[in-house]
Design a protein around this ligand. Structure first.
Ligand code: PLP
Length: 444
């Protein structure tokens, strides 16, 4: 690296290496690998900018460019791995569910040419993603049909559209207390009505009865929709019919019941008593269940549709199914998630305070922090209000910003004037990297 001594006083910005000097630097050229020249220039400009703003010393610019280029040429993406020390298991801003090692391996294995839609025995077209669908049906024997689309919102939109508008009965009956906004300003009612579905709202915000649903069902009713209020809670004078009661009505009136369970739990989990699961909801009589793949199921972003074989087939034949189709990487990751052992999501959710004590003490000792009791959360709009008793390493609040800039970036939680590092969502193998990142910040 070449720095030119400055004749212009001691403004450190004058010591920032010039672009052509950096581009000619042998270490930078080596780190660039086969990245495009524009990408290398962009990294150089970015590091110079950090030096100009004072967050990087001029002497560190070349090293910083090498580090960024090495990362980028190795993984080819600007997405950066993050150590999740927030204690929030499904954190929407950092990618919701982390994939299991098996799912990661499956993504890699499926990334070239694969027989996703091809029968190698007969050399003819085969059902796309058949292995994944078989895994779903094995995981939920109460479902006779299964379909995978891009996300939970797509599954819901497809189910309501295919069973109402496309069947010539455009109305979908839904309870007023179940008109959910799922985040970032997106509201399920708006989504559903985009395709021409007419929502017929029944009941009130806090109470809806079977009779309300019964009164609303008419010749234009294509389906009844129940939505799990996944990201909020209403307390006090409240009441909604059970799925079984709604399903009995729907059976009587010969109208399909769609249940959006949200978080993709396939079977009951005693840790999450208020979260509906696909098996129980189907057994209670729902005809079609929709859910997310990357919430409590702990898989890739996907939308699951499970239920009556003939109804699921109607969804599969609807043109929107093609627009919502998932790619081979998702199918691979989902199949591996379904066939594999506990996901990182399940493991993190079930860690107790006692489970976390040894590791948290060790990290606190290694970085000079203190151990405090804290609560983790499920996150991702699942199980609102449920806390996961745990522990954290408390550091001065000022660490938060520096840790986000560490390598790898560490995202903690700010609480009572401290930066808390909760190990719940950190794989134990990464404890050493966490310690190294904190020490680097403390030493800087
Ligand atoms: C999260 C959620 C959705 C949306 O699922 P995505 O996979 O995020 O598209 C829809 N309905 C409910 C009840 C949810 O909780």
């Amino acid at each position: 690296m070449t720095d030119t001594a400055s004749p212009f006083g001691d403004d450190p910005r004058r010591r920032i290496p010039r672009t052509d000097t950096l581009l000619a630097d042998p270490a930078i050229r080596a780190a660039a690998g086969d990245l495009a020249p524009e990408t290398v220039r962009e990294c150089v400009r970015e590091a110079q900018g950090r030096a100009r703003s004072g967050t990087l010393a001029p002497e560190q610019v070349a090293g910083a460019v090498v580090a960024v280029l090495t990362d980028r040429s190795a993984v080819g993406t600007t997405l950066r791995e993050v150590l999740n020390a927030t204690g929030v298991v499904l954190h929407t801003n950092i990618g919701r569910a982390p994939l299991s090692p098996a799912a990661r391996a499956a993504v890699l294995a499926a990334s070239g040419y694969v027989d996703v839609e091809f029968d190698l025995d007969t050399a003819s077209r085969a059902r796309r993603g058949r292995g994944t669908l078989a895994a779903l049906l094995d995981a939920v024997p109460d479902a006779a049909g299964a379909l995978v689309v891009n996300n939970g919102a797509a599954a819901l939109s497809l189910a309501t559209t295919a069973l109402s508008v496309a069947a010539g009965r455009p109305e979908v009956v839904v309870g007023r207390g179940e008109m959910v906004e799922i985040g970032d300003g997106f509201r399920l009612p708006d989504l559903i009505e985009t395709t021409g579905v007419r929502l017929r709202e029944v009941g009130t915000t806090n109470r809806t009865s079977v009779q309300d649903y019964a009164d609303a069902i008419g010749p234009d009713t294509g389906a009844v929709l129940r939505v799990h209020p996944s990201n909020f809670r209403i307390e006090g004078f409240t009441g909604v019919p059970t799925i079984a009661e709604t399903a009995a009505l729907c059976r009587d009136r010969d109208v399909p019941l769609i249940a959006d369970i949200g978080s993709g739990l396939l079977r009951p989990d005693p840790l999450l008593p208020d979260e509906p699961d696909a098996a129980s909801v189907l057994r209670a009589g729902a005809h079609v269940v929709t859910a997310s793949g990357d919430k409590l199921l702990g898989g890739p972003q996907a939308g699951l549709v499970l239920g009556d074989a003939a109804l699921v087939e109607r969804l599969r034949r609807h043109p929107l199914a093609r627009a919502f189709r998932v790619d081979k990487l998702t199918l691979a990751a989902l199949e591996a998630t379904l066939r594999g052992g506990p996901t990182p999501t399940t493991t993190a959710l079930h860690l107790t305070r006692d489970d976390l004590r040894g590791r948290t003490r060790a990290v606190a000792d290694a970085v000079g922090g203190t151990v405090v009791e804290t609560d983790g959360a499920v996150g991702g709009g699942s199980a609102p209000g449920l806390t996961l008793p745990g522990l954290a390493v408390a550091l001065p609040e000022s660490f938060a910003t520096a840790l986000r800039a560490a390598d790898p970036p560490v995202v903690g939680r700010l609480e009572h004037g401290h930066c808390l590092l909760d190990l719940r969502c950190i794989p134990p193998d990464d404890d050493a990297r966490l310690v190294a990142a904190v020490r680097a910040v403390a030493g800087a």
